[in-house]
Structures are given as structure tokens and as C-alpha cells.
Design a protein around this ligand. Structure first.
Ligand SMILES: [Ca+2]
Ligand SMILES: [Ca+2]
Ligand SMILES: [Ca+2]
Length: 347
């Protein structure tokens, strides 16, 4: 007799390993596979290709990440890797339906990450998945309280938590805590109403290269999270660099627009796992790298808020090379066209 939990965990692992490839394979079968490696293919018949059911809600579908617990960044990576984002909740109806869905799964007393965060600007929460400010709120009493822990970490990520037996309300929690999470598939048709006027006006900072469009933000500086937010708000995402040719071209463009002295955030971070650099915007591990000699050197600070867990690219005497830096440093940044592809499928 095999213990039930082994059967169950085997089933869950099997389901999980089947889930990733099936989603990605369905994308690979489309003509957009090359420029959109993380696409979801809507053109296939509506057979449920997901091994976990999705909660369908208007133009949005939620997916429960209940196979493993993860910190906020790992959860973001997992969602992005499968063509989704961590969830946003924009109305009481969405909150109620999501809550019922989670309860029906038997997870009503667990914690779930959403994409909500105030990492960019303490006290001002926004949805990282869309870059939009949080308007509808559903905080537990006394939250958000930005509690500070002994290591200096504060509470900057938004979780769902039935703290008082009053349902899945919201709490700010340390982003490094590991918990379940909710992803969402966005099929919003109204994204175009939220494009940034700065991007539209400033055509000079656009670069087209090898199928991607890049936007170099040299007007203002922001921390890593603000950069993520800005790019998402503009229908783009913070840049990921996957080849020497791409890195060289980006570096040359920085010179062409007169920003040779600029420091630029990319989406690379080791916040999810300090032993592995990933591209947060795509969920992929970093394969090609171009670290400056001696870098990355960052995990030495005694307090978490001083360590170097995000990656900048800059001209540093040896070409456009990379450096790990404290995520709260204020830098310029590079956005690139999103790999979500939803836009391209509009009819
Ligand atoms: Ca906070
Ligand atoms: Ca809290
Ligand atoms: Ca460094």
C-alpha cells in the first residue's frame, strides 16, 4: 500500500510537469512562436489545455498556484513563465468570486500572493501585473501596517489572508515570505486606454531590433519596481537580454541617444533565489550574461535592504556590462515589447 500522500504528491508533480509544457507547446504551434515564446494560443478549440481549472471572470482568468509555496518574486516568475501575471483584483465581484473559488478548492485558510505591492513607493500600492494603482481595496482591519522585521525587511507585498475569519481580505506581508499565489491571464481589451503619453510623445527613445521594440526611459529614474511598473503600465515589460548581439545593440543605442553615462535597470534579479539570476519579465533563467569583471558582488550586506539583488547595465569602460545593485537604487531603465501577445491576436 502506497501512502496516500505519496500518491497525491506524485499526482500533483505529474500534473505540474504536464502543465508547463502543454501551455508552452500550444504556443509553439502557432506562427507567433518565435517572437512570442510565452504566448497562450487562443485560436485552438476551447478544450481545457490547463490541467488546473481557470476561474473565468469577464476578460480575465485566474489560476491558483497551489502546488508549491513561493516568495513574491518566484511566484511572479512562475506566472510569467506560463504567460500569465500575478493577479490583480479590481472589484468586489472579482474578490468575491476568487474567494469562493479558493474556498471551493479547500484553500480558504491559506495565504495567496497577488501582484499588489508598494515596493516602488512605500504606502502606495499598485498592481504589478498592470501597473495600475489599486482603487478597490479589501484590507483586513489595521492593514496595511508595513510591519518591520528584525532583519529590516518591511511588508511590501499584498497577500490574501483570512486573518479574522471574515473571508479572504488583504494584508501587506514581507515579499520574501513563501506562500501560495494567484496568477491571472489577461485578455483585457482596454489596455490601449492606459498607454503612457510620455512614450507616445518621445519617439526618439524607441529602438526596433530583431523583432523587439525597446523604449529607453531616460526622462526620469526609478527603483527596480517602479521600472517594472512603468513598463507594464505602458503595455511593455522591463527588458531581458538574451544574446551578445542584443546586448551590443542596446549598448550602442544608449550611446546614440546621448546616454552613455546612464545606468539602466533590466528585469534580471536574484530575489526569487539568491543562487540563480532570472529575467523576471519572462520567467527564464539567465543563460547568456555579460557581467562586469568582479560582478555580481552583492550579497554581502548585513541588512536585506542593502544587498544587491537586481541587475543594471551600463557603459563601464568594457562595453555595455552588467552589475548587481540594490533594487531600490534609482536608475533609468529599458522597456521592451511584451511577450504576452494578446494584443496581436485582436481581431
Ligand atoms: Ca510597505
Ligand atoms: Ca501587514
Ligand atoms: Ca555589484
Amino acid at each position: 500500500m502506497i501512502p496516500w500522500f505519496l500518491v497525491l504528491s506524485g499526482f500533483l508533480l505529474g500534473t505540474l510537469s504536464a502543465a508547463g509544457p502543454s501551455i508552452r507547446n500550444s504556443a509553439a504551434s502557432t506562427s507567433n512562436a518565435i517572437d512570442c515564446p510565452n504566448c497562450l494560443d487562443d485560436s485552438l478549440p476551447s478544450i481545457n489545455r490547463w490541467t488546473m481549472p481557470l476561474l473565468k471572470l469577464g476578460e480575465k482568468r485566474y489560476y491558483l498556484g497551489i502546488f508549491f509555496k513561493a516568495n513574491y518574486f518566484r511566484a511572479t516568475q512562475y506566472c510569467r513563465f506560463h504567460g500569465m501575471h500575478l493577479a490583480s483584483i479590481t472589484s468586489q465581484e472579482e474578490n468575491d468570486k476568487l474567494e469562493k473559488y479558493i474556498k471551493d478548492f479547500g484553500f480558504g485558510n491559506e495565504h495567496f500572493w497577488t501582484s499588489g505591492t508598494d515596493l516602488a513607493d512605500e504606502g502606495n500600492f499598485f498592481w504589478m501585473s498592470t501597473g495600475r494603482p489599486i482603487t478597490f481595496t479589501n484590507w483586513n482591519a489595521g492593514e496595511p501596517n508595513n510591519f518591520e522585521y528584525e532583519n529590516g525587511e518591511q511588508e511590501n507585498c499584498l497577500e490574501l489572508w483570512n486573518r479574522d475569519g471574515k473571508g479572504l481580505k488583504w494584508n501587506d506581508s514581507p515579499c520574501s515570505f513563501e506562500t501560495y499565489f494567484v496568477c491571472e491571464v489577461q485578455h483585457s481589451e482596454d489596455d490601449s486606454t492606459f498607454t503612457s503619453p510620455v512614450l507616445k510623445r518621445n519617439r526618439t527613445n524607441y529602438l526596433e531590433f530583431a523583432g523587439k521594440t525597446y523604449y529607453f526611459q531616460t526622462v526620469f529614474k526609478g527603483n527596480f519596481y517602479r521600472a517594472l511598473q512603468f513598463c507594464r503600465q505602458s503595455g511593455m515589460q522591463l527588458v531581458s537580454i538574451s544574446s551578445p548581439a542584443e546586448n551590443t545593440r542596446l549598448g550602442r543605442f544608449v550611446e546614440e541617444i546621448g546616454s552613455s553615462n546612464g545606468h539602466f535597470w533590466t528585469s534580471a534579479t536574484n530575489n526569487a533565489d539568491h543562487n540563480q539570476w532570472i529575467w523576471l519579465s519572462t520567467g527564464n533563467n539567465m543563460v547568456y550574461s555579460n557581467w562586469h569583471p568582479g560582478e555580481p558582488n552583492g550579497l554581502t550586506a548585513e541588512r536585506v535592504n542593502k544587498s544587491e539583488n537586481c541587475m543594471e547595465a551600463r557603459h563601464w569602460g568594457k562595453g555595455f556590462t552588467w552589475n548587481d545593485l540594490n533594487c531600490f537604487a534609482e536608475l533609468h531603465f529599458i522597456c521592451e515589447s511584451s511577450s504576452d501577445c494578446n494584443r496581436k491576436r485582436r481581431k
